[in-house]
Design a protein around this ligand. Structure first.
Ligand code: AMP
Length: 219
């Protein structure tokens, strides 16, 4: 199964992608994570995108398309994949469709996790990210077992540079201007499944499983 998770920043896409990945036994491809790895390794792409990412802007389509396609061609994606953070523009959505068509593959479902702008701001204020493996925690809703330390790898938990108030406002603006067009794009294809992201992590997870295993229950 090839899936896409859409939603504003902090809608819980990353957390839900991990649940799906374990349940369906297919990898999650997080574009934000792929980009952050490039920045950490100081690659040519990493050096080009570091500043853009900190400001909350999108990196150029050509770069994200290239990174995504490089990753998707790896062997572990042959049985399926979950995309988190891609596509974020209509150009990226079209690129993905065209490339998959060449491969006689397609996107099966697109899950949109819906939350309000106020909720985005509230959640990002408490968000902490592992500097080593990228796992995400929340001081209130999903705290680590030991303060400041990742449960998975023991890495230091940090506040991401694009989780500042100004960058958050910019990311929300871009979401409404660009990524909502991607929502429409998949709605027109009849692939969009909407989930209320304001509920508990477990309720959102259960609703997503129910919808992708039985899309007719979307109502
Ligand atoms: P995320 O971890 O998904 O919130 O992404 C963090 C940042 O990476 C975004 O604010 C953008 O700067 C960049 N980014 C992630 N995905 C994309 C994409 N599909 N296209 C362009 N930029 C992206």
């Amino acid at each position: 199964m090839n899936l896409i998770l859409l939603g504003p920043p902090a809608s819980g896409k990353g957390t839900q992608a991990e649940f799906l990945s374990q349940k369906l036994n297919i990898p999650t491809l997080s574009m934000g994570q792929l980009l952050r790895e490039e920045v950490k390794r100081k690659t040519t792409i990493g050096q080009q995108v570091a500043e853009i990412m900190s400001s909350g802007e999108l990196v150029p389509n050509s770069l994200s398309n290239e990174l995504l396609w490089r990753r998707i061609q790896q062997a572990d994606c042959q049985q399926g994949f979950i995309l988190d953070g891609f596509p974020r523009t209509r150009i990226q959505a079209k690129f993905l469709d065209d490339k998959l068509k060449d491969w006689q593959k397609k996107i099966d479902h697109v899950v949109l996790v819906v939350i309000t702008d106020e909720e985005v701001v509230r959640r990002l204020a408490g968000r902490r990210t592992c500097s080593q493996c990228g796992d995400i925690y929340h001081l209130e809703f999903n705290p680590p077992k030991q303060p400041g330390k990742c449960d998975e790898c023991g890495g230091k938990l940090i506040i991401r540079p694009d989780d500042t108030e100004q960058a958050i406002r910019q990311r929300l603006k871009i979401y409404h201007e660009e990524t909502e067009k991607v929502v429409e794009y998949y709605q027109q294809q009849g692939k969009l499944l909407k989930v209320d992201g304001n509920q508990s992590i477990e309720s959102v997870r259960d609703n997503i499983f129910r919808l992708i295993l039985n899309p007719a229950s979307a109502g």
